[in-house]
Design a protein around this ligand. Structure first.
Ligand SMILES: [Zn+2]
Length: 350
């Protein structure tokens, strides 16, 4: 309903935000810290904060669209969905292919790998060979004596990250003061343990799939941005030897790397045989490996609804950001992102 102030007719709209447990806790913390009278005022502060930020050069053009359906070949031995905020370990034999597919717009996945002799992924060695944003043709190398573990053989997205460690419970606690927020580090540790102590080496070396990253030329610090990949983006890796792979759908709902909404991904393992050979074999439904998670933890589900009233000027600004797509395409997704970007700035400023 429009309201009248003097000669002006104002049109306010209601935006309904969906928040996870941790997001709601942080939003309430931000409410207290900002001194806002309620979520309507907090939303206005978040929009104003974004309006005053310098423009992000990476976002000067609209976010790339969804890709065409990717080609996939070979006999499929696993085709499963890994739920949000979940970890799993897989054993691949040499020449098997692992395809990971976006089921939403912008879900990061942390991948680590380990050979049977205990040599695990070396992010340092891999980025020394291929840079910090590897894509098709780049290999994931092991610790010494160095060997290729996996090679990216197809990739519809612009690149991934070899700089950042996996997110961790400690990192979330330091950011929000809220405990019990598992990170990829904890999800990987549990998944690694499922293969027994011989393959449970602790490591902070991961490939952060779909995470845009860069080294800031001014101060050498690392930067990352919310994942820009789209539903349907696929990265395919081929095993260069028998290898254990650990995957986690990043549970980040506070820093924005997964667009503030943890989601699932599709995991396909194929034997990499030719399509003709695969077609000649009898088809059977692949079975899920034991222990494969089938539902996300409740904490990763956005189950708290918060209704926020936006004035027309703020609505227009949110709509302009949504049109670019980099922080989501709906008013609710963008406004949620702006609130947590305000929270991040308020922490940095202290
Ligand atoms: Zn993570």
């Amino acid at each position: 309903m429009p309201s009248r102030v003097g000669d002006l007719i104002l049109y306010a709209i209601t935006v309904r935000l969906s928040l996870t447990d941790h997001q709601r806790a942080v939003a309430e913390r931000l409410l207290t810290r900002s001194g806002a009278a309620g979520f309507d005022e907090l939303a206005a502060l978040a929009v104003d904060h974004e309006r005053r930020r310098p423009p992000e050069p990476r976002w000067s053009r609209p976010r790339p669209p969804r890709p065409a359906v990717a080609h996939r070949s070979g006999e499929v031995v696993l085709d499963a969905v890994l739920p949000a905020a979940s970890g799993v370990a897989l054993a691949l034999t040499r020449r098997q292919r692992l395809s990971l597919e976006q089921l939403k717009d912008g879900q990061c996945v942390d991948l680590s790998a380990c050979a049977g002799d205990g040599r695990h992924l070396s992010a340092a060695r891999s980025r020394a060979f291929h840079g910090i944003n590897p894509s098709t043709g780049a290999s994931l190398w092991s610790t010494a004596p160095h060997t290729r573990l996996l090679t990216i053989v197809a990739d519809t997205s612009p690149g991934h990250d070899l700089c950042f460690p996996p997110c961790s419970e400690l990192e979330y606690w330091e950011h929000s003061g809220i405990g019990n927020h598992l990170g990829c580090a904890e999800l990987h540790a549990v998944a690694r343990a499922s293969f027994g102590a011989g393959h449970a080496a602790e490591t902070d070396d991961v490939l952060n799939l779909w995470l845009p990253s860069a080294v800031d030329g001014r101060d050498g610090r690392l930067r990352s941005w919310p994942a820009a990949c789209r539903r349907g983006d696929v990265v395919q890796l081929e095993a260069e030897r028998d290898v254990f792979v650990v995957l986690s759908t990043c549970p980040d709902d506070l820093f924005g790397s997964s667009q503030y909404e943890p989601g699932p991904i599709r995991v396909v393992v194929s034997n990499g045989t030719s399509e003709r050979a695969a077609a000649s074999r009898p088809r059977r439904a692949p079975e899920l490996p034991p222990g494969w998670p089938t539902a996300p933890p409740p904490s990763a589900v956005a189950r708290h609804q918060v209704a926020v009233v936006l004035g027309d000027a703020d609505r227009d600004h949110v709509d302009r950001i949504a049109a670019g797509g980099w922080l989501g395409t709906s008013r609710a997704a963008v406004l949620r992102a702006l609130m947590f970007r305000l929270y991040e700035s308020s922490r940095t400023a202290r």
